[in-house]
Design a protein around this ligand. Structure first.
Ligand SMILES: Nc1ncnc2c1ncn2[C@@H]1O[C@H](COP(=O)(O)OP(=O)(O)OP(=O)(O)O)[C@@H](O)[C@H]1O
Ligand SMILES: [Mg+2]
Length: 454
């Protein structure tokens, strides 16, 4: 006689089976199909700014994920906005499963690889922004299925091949941009693409058609603005070979000219260039005169000129809006700063000299001492006392630890006293007109000296 389980046992088995079924169903329905598609999309993205942080498998749907918007009733994804999020990677074909998508914006990222043809399944798409990536390959023919499309921007990528004629079907297209790619061939002239102008296609050197004003030859993919170019396979005409010779001769001529100019440039550089760029030998060689103030320096003009000749790039200690500053070290160990101002206008020269005379006559504890100047045909060389502390600007930005509050206060007081002297005690009064931290220099004890009164 067969042994039947008791009714009690039957009930328990039924209960466990239902529970098992229920729980497996729960696992299976962990996330919606759109969520799954987005997770596949995410898998192919190998870098981002962290936008995917809360895209989690455990969620029932992706509707609260960053960049995702769902329809409130159907919970289907309608917008995917991930522009400018530093996405690096390729586009997963699963994106085509988001077939209720109305907007897809992925522009301004670093997406590479091809555009999946599956995107053509997203037939509700109205806005498609893929510009500013590194997408390559062709524009999928399947884009012709996106009949709701109003905006298509695939500009600034590396797309090649021709623009599919299927795009002519996109009658709702209001904005189309395929510029800055490597597209070739004829732009479909019938249907939707006809009304777009050159702006939509610029930066594709291989496109031809009415929109870009370049005539296409015999339906060949390579465009030609010149109706005389031969069709493939046909022997070059006599006219063309003449053209070829002319262009070859012109190229060789141009190359020779460039070589000659380089040669001439090198020659000039060797002769004068070095001096112009860094050395002062050129400045003082053609009859320079020295004017010294205060008369307390133990050097003759000849000594100074000799020293000036030795200055070059290695002696540069700074440069500003008016010229380069060199450190001039005399044999007895004294240092000076030499500002070299390139001459622009001879007429202003006399005025300049007069001003320098005035400035040279001023001496004050908180002003940089102008010791003299050298008038050369090429430049004006101003000789100042050398301030080992450099400028306040450098001290504040490069050695700020050196400046405690006492030092800062002391510098402010010094600079103020220097300016007060110029404004109140000089006759005629002198207005600085360019007071700034780089024009307040510091001596070895971090005492301020106002500079550039000129
Ligand atoms: N007498 C000096 N002693 C030591 N260093 C100096 C002296 N004069 C200038 N320098 C250095 O040369 C740098 C450039 O000075 P310069 O006056 O040519 O330019 P600037 O003050 O930055 O700008 P601007 O041309 O507007 O005055 C200064 O920042 C400073 O480091
Ligand atoms: Mg200055």
């Amino acid at each position: 006689m067969p042994m039947w389980p008791s009714p009690m046992k039957c009930q328990r088995i039924l209960f466990y089976s239902v529970m098992l079924l229920f729980s497996s169903a729960r696992i299976h329905c962990a996330i919606s199909s759109d969520g799954e598609a987005l997770l596949s999309f995410k898998t192919m993205i190998v870098g981002s700014d962290g936008i995917f942080l809360h895209w989690r498998q455990e969620d029932p749907d992706p509707c609260n994920w960053k960049g995702v918007t769902c329809d409130t009733h159907t919970k289907r994804v309608i917008y995917l906005s991930l522009a400018n999020h530093k996405l690096i990677g390729s586009l997963a074909p699963e994106i085509g499963k988001l077939n209720r998508l109305k907007l897809l914006s992925l522009h301004g990222n670093s997406l590479y690889g091809t555009i999946p043809p599956e995107l053509g399944n997203c037939t509700d798409l109205q806005q498609l922004y893929l510009q500013g990536n590194y997408l390559s390959g062709i524009i999928p023919l399947e884009f012709g299925n996106l009949l709701e499309l109003e905006t298509l921007d695939i500009s600034s990528n590396a797309l090649s091949g021709s623009i599919p004629s299927s795009l002519a079907k996109l009658t709702k297209l209001k904005s189309f941009n395929a510029s800055m790619n490597f597209l070739t061939g004829t732009i479909p002239s019938d249907g939707a693409l006809f009304r777009f102008t050159e702006n939509s296609f610029v930066g594709n050197r291989g496109l031809c058609g009415k929109q870009v004003g370049i005539e296409c030859k015999d339906g060949s993919l390579s465009p030609s603005a010149n109706s005389e170019s031969p069709s493939p396979g046909s022997p070059p005409s006599r006219k063309n070979s003449t053209k070829l010779v002319i262009s070859a001769v012109a190229t060789i001529g141009a190359l020779l000219l460039v070589a000659l100019m380089c040669f001439w440039g090198c020659f000039l550089y060797k002769k004068f260039g070095k001096g112009d760029i860094g050395g002062l030998a050129v400045d003082v060689s053609g009859g320079a005169s020295i004017v010294m103030f205060h008369g307390d320096l133990p050097y003759s003009s000849k000594d100074i000129l000799k020293k000036l000749e030795t200055l070059n790039d290695e002696n540069i200690i700074g440069s500003g809006g008016f010229g380069t500053v060199y450190k001039l070290s005399m044999d007895d160990g004294n240092n000076f700063a030499l500002k070299r101002i390139t001459k622009t206008n001879d007429g202003l020269d006399r005025l300049f000299d007069r001003e320098l005379e005035i400035l040279g006559s001023i001496k004050h504890r908180y002003l940089v001492n102008l010791r003299g100047y050298c008038n050369s045909p090429l430049s004006k060389l101003l000789l100042y006392d050398y301030l080992p502390g450099g400028s306040l600007d450098e001290a504040l930005h490069e050695r700020s630890e050196q400046l405690d509050w006492d030092a800062r206060l002391n510098i402010i007081m010094g600079a103020a006293k220097g300016l007060a002297y110029l404004h109140h005690d000089c006759s005629p009064r002198i207005i600085h007109r360019d007071i700034k931290s780089s024009n307040i220099l510091l001596d070895g004890n971090l005492e301020a000296r106002v500079s550039d009164l000129d």
